[in-house]
Design a protein around this ligand. Structure first.
Ligand SMILES: [Zn+2]
Length: 302
């Protein structure tokens, strides 16, 4: 007996109906996360339209493709995603689509010597590589090369878009570096709900600690909370941070633990870890989100 589930049948039907070649019809490119979408849109400005699947506050680790998304993915000429299992629940769909059209894993095209392993799982590569602007810029270069292959007629345009975008990223890197550098050494500790800031810590010189591992799919235990509470109290860290795409439940448990030990800790602000801010605001861009994070961390720990 055949027991295909309904969404699977629907997926196959849509995929077989809408195999669009990159150079025919409207040129629409679909990106999964805001960070990948920001780079894609910048490179393809004046060439093709970029649409972003995951908006503000959306957690890519937990994201599941809806029927509406399937339609968008099928109609897109090109799909760009982060990779390294950031979009863990989209793997099957992306794998199928890659047989029909260019499906580009942005982060996986960054040189290997820029990768960090996940702390608790040495075989897993930490997907949050956008947190190091220089590493991310390698990805911008690689994506530009791939897009020039797909849109050869727009090679010069993509090249000049890339140069402009990389200048913006370099200026953001400079600002982030200065802000983190100015935090007193004994307070240079960034505490968040999940381990999204490992690359940030290494690139800009700040110790990082998260309650959950590199994916929000993983659970944290009471032991993790009490270890972190002890660490904060011992080191007298003044603030911890919430993330816009992750529940603040775990961080609140840490705050309560610190208060119970007579060391009240404040929430230093909200950081954009795996999703950008609202469209049309400075934080709705990759460079803007990185500067917002550095400013928030600086102001809370300085
Ligand atoms: Zn994450």
């Amino acid at each position: 007996m055949f027991r295909y589930t309904f969404p699977f049948i629907l997926l196959m039907a849509i995929l077989s109906a809408c195999g669009s070649a990159p150079n025919s019809g409207p040129q629409k490119v679909l990106a999964t996360t805001g960070m990948v979408g920001d780079a894609t849109a910048a490179l393809l400005e004046g060439v093709a339209e970029t649409e972003i699947l995951m908006g503000p506050g959306v957690d890519p680790h937990l994201y599941k493709v809806s029927q509406g998304d399937m339609q968008k993915l099928s109609e897109a000429a090109v799909v760009v995603y982060n990779g390294f299992h950031l979009e863990g629940k989209m793997a099957e769909v992306l794998g199928k689509l890659s047989k029909q059209k260019p499906v580009i894993p942005f982060a996986e095209n960054i040189p290997e010597n820029r990768y960090q392993r996940a702390g608790d799982q040495p075989e897993t590569i930490d997907p949050h590589i956008w947190m190091d602007i220089v590493s991310w810029s390698y990805g911008v270069n690689a994506l530009a090369d791939t897009l020039m292959g797909i849109y050869p007629e727009a090679k010069d345009k993509i090249e000049s878009n890339k140069a402009r975008y990389l200048r913006q990223l370099d200026s953001a890197r400079n600002e982030v570096e200065l802000l983190i550098k100015a935090i007193p050494a004994e307070r240079k500790v960034l505490i968040t709900s999940h381990d999204a800031f490992q690359y940030f810590g290494l690139a800009y010189g700040i110790e990082v600690k998260g309650l959950q591992g590199v994916s929000t799919v993983s659970e944290y235990g009471l032991r993790d909370v009490s270890d972190l509470v002890n660490f904060i109290v011992e080191r007298r860290i003044p603030a911890v941070f919430v993330e816009t795409s992750v529940s603040d439940k775990s961080i609140k448990a840490v705050l309560e633990g610190c208060a119970a030990k007579g060391f009240p800790v404040k929430i230093g602000g909200s950081l954009f870890s795996d999703a950008m801010g609202a469209q049309g605001t400075p934080e709705g861009t990759y460079a803007g989100m990185m500067i917002h994070n550095a400013r928030t961390i600086h102001n809370a720990l300085k």
